[in-house]
Structures are given as C-alpha cells and as structure tokens.
Design a binder for this molecule. Sequence first.
Ligand SMILES: CC(=O)SCCNC(=O)CCNC(=O)[C@H](O)C(C)(C)COP(=O)(O)OP(=O)(O)OC[C@H]1O[C@@H](n2cnc3c(N)ncnc32)[C@H](O)[C@@H]1OP(=O)(O)O
Ligand SMILES: O=C([O-])CC(=O)C(=O)O
Length: 379
Amino acid sequence: MPDTEPIKPIFTKGLKGVIANESELSDVRGEEGRLLYVGYEIEDLVELCSHEEIIFLLLNKRLPTVEELAGLQQRLRNDRDLPQPILDFFKTATKSARPMSALRTAVSMLGMYDDRTKDPSQMKEIGLSLIAKIPVMVAYYHRICEGLDLPPIRTDLDEASHFLWLLKGTEPDPNEAEILDTSFILHADHGMNASTFAARVTISTLTDMYSAITTAIGTLKGPLHGGANEAVIDMLKEIGEEENVESYIDGKLERKERIMGMGHRVYRTLDPRAPHLRRIAIRNCQHIGEPKWIRMSDKIAKIVRERKKLNANVDFYSASVYYSLGIPTKLFTAIFAIARSSGWVAQLLEQLEDNTIYRPLTKYTGPSEPMFVPMIDMR
Ligand SMILES: CC(=O)SCCNC(=O)CCNC(=O)[C@H](O)C(C)(C)COP(=O)(O)OP(=O)(O)OC[C@H]1O[C@@H](n2cnc3c(N)ncnc32)[C@H](O)[C@@H]1OP(=O)(O)O
Ligand SMILES: O=C([O-])CC(=O)C(=O)O
C-alpha cells in the first residue's frame, strides 16, 4: 500500500542531523567520541581481532568461530586473481591517472566480466570477490605505473601481508603487516559517511554490487572525505619544518582554507580512531628515523584545536602511518578504499535486507513562473 499521508518535509544543508536509515553495523557516537562495530568497542577489536575477523563480523553481524574464520580466509585468498582485461586496462591506461581513478574504473569494468550480476542471490559472493580483488588492483596498477614486475598472487598470506607483498615485491615485514592490519580495522566501517551513503543510494535502485562500489570509490576519493589523507602528507611536506607550522596554519585559517585531516561531521570530540593511528605513527616514524612528522602533526592539531575547536579525524594520523610504511602518497586513499570495502559490502547487503529507494526532495529556489518568450521573438 502506498503512503497516502502527506509528508512534512524537513531541510538541512548536507543532510546535517538527518537519520537516513537504520543499521546494526557501526555505531558512531559523535558526542562521546566512541565507535563500535556490531556493538563491540573499536578499542577491543583493534587489540584482539584481525582484519579478516572484522570482515566476517561486518558481513555476518557476529564474530566467527575458528572454522568460519579459516573458511573466510581461504575464500578470499582463492579469489585474488584479476581477469586479463583488467590487467590489459592497467597496462594501457594513462599512467598519470590517480590510483583511485584507476580503481574506480577497474571495479566498474570488472562488473562487465561477471555473469553473477544477473543473479541477485550472488550479491554477497560478488562482495567477497571485490574485497579480495581490490587490494590486488591497487598494488598491480601502482607497479605497472612504476614499470615494475607483478609479483605472483599467493595464497599463503593474510590480506595485509599479501597487499604488502604485491606492493613491494619483497617478503612482507610482520611489523608492517600488523600496522596495516590495524589500520584496515580502524577504517572498515563508519555509519553514513558520504561514500557509504552514496553506495546505499545506488544499490537502493536494485542495481548491481559493482555499480554501488564504483559509486563508493568515486565518492571516497574527494578531499573532504578519504582523499584528505593524501592532502595531509602534502601539507606536512609543504610546511617542511616544525617552526613553520604556526604561520602556515594561521595563514590558511586567515584565508578561510580548510586544514585537511581536521574536523568531522559527527564527532564533537576526538575521533576515537585518531589516537590509535597517532600511537602507531609515533612508533613507526621514530623507527624510520623521521619523528619530525609527528611533532609537526601534533603541533598542527594543537593549533587547530585552539583556534577552531576542531579535532584530528582518521585521515590526519593515517597519513603519517602510511608514509612511515614507505607507501607512496598517491596510494593513501586507495588503501582507505581497501579497508572500507568490507564496510561498503556489509552496508549494501544490509540496505537490500529491507530496501526502500532513496529519494529525498529539493527545495526549489529557481525563478517562479517566468513569462515564456519564444526564441523567434527575440531576434
Ligand atoms: C574519513 C573522512 O571522511 S574524515 C573527514 C576528512 N576530511 C577532511 O579532513 C577535510 C577537512 N575537514 C572538513 O572539510 C570538515 O571538517 C568536514 C567536511 C570533514 C566536516 O564538515 P562539517 O562538520 O559538515 O562542517 P562544515 O563543512 O559545514 O564546516 C563548518 C565550519 O567549520 C569550518 N571547518 C570545518 N572543518 C575545517 C577544517 N578542517 N579547517 C578549517 N575550517 C574548517 C568550515 O570552514 C565552516 O566554517 P564557517 O562556518 O565559518 O563557514
Ligand atoms: O563518517 C564520516 O563522515 C567520515 C569518516 O570518518 C569515515 O568515513 O570514516
């Protein structure tokens, strides 16, 4: 039965404060600065779980048994190969395209080679394939752009280690793999952030998983969302030295420019992911003999907090974490996409469990019934 009751419209710019749907996945408690996945505190998950356990948790809304975890690990490891047309695309694509652009196009293209899209019951399987293949796409596109060989796909490594193997072409360092694993957990899901929301809008039309993940990647890429982590490291390099921080930040604020990695739509206090990433960044920047990036970051955070009452978000310290792992800046947002892919898939499956197409209203502000003058009369 269609609703016949008149709907009382509400308007807030950027949907500020609007609840767009219900979810059992991540619980972003903005006032308290807390984040929970399916009811579990992010602090416990980071401490006690692997990235693969979080993938299971998000896709099944419960933690796995030992056997279930092993099954998921095997499932992902056996689905890492890329079809030849994707590799050919990477080889022929313009090498100046950013990794996020290449990833967005490759995911869209992958959908053309997957007959399972015709069968709605295959949504979860397609989602798992994407979770398995996205890291391979990111690493291989990078290596092709750099003129490097492609390390063979392996099935003996977990997700984080395997990504490092493909990216660097050397046996993964367990410390680096653990750092990346933690970062993947911290980035896995985050309520109705812009990319997840955009993807849920897309799937709400009952289109296919590839179309929705393509939407998500295109949305995450923007500098006000996932793209901020690349902008943070660019900013740190531009500042150069700790003594330049204050004048640089004050200059930007005077010109009403945004400080990347600072501020959040939902958190009114510190983003709970930021202190984890800060601790990792402190340890690893020291380990590589470059502690200045953290000293500069802390100084930026302090000044922006004092001047604008804004706190660091997840993108602020993840930039130094990835930098300290020797990952090129242009890959930072693509690494965010790898981490977020499980959250996107889980959110899309949840959307389909109880789907209603998203269709908000527009407050029309254009001209009011202007007199129509045919073009011929104007000559
Ligand atoms: C994974 C993620 O997506 S985390 C976010 C990553 N993005 C960034 O780090 C980019 C920098 N941050 C921002 O642009 C914002 O804080 C956002 C987009 C994250 C959240 O924005 P909102 O909470 O909706 O705030 P909105 O964009 O309406 O800004 C409100 C005011 O705060 C200011 N402001 C917000 N963030 C910043 C910032 N980082 N630097 C300077 N000023 C800021 C705005 O200029 C605006 O000021 P005004 O009222 O004087 O015009
Ligand atoms: O929730 C948001 O708006 C942005 C964010 O922190 C995320 O996507 O992780």
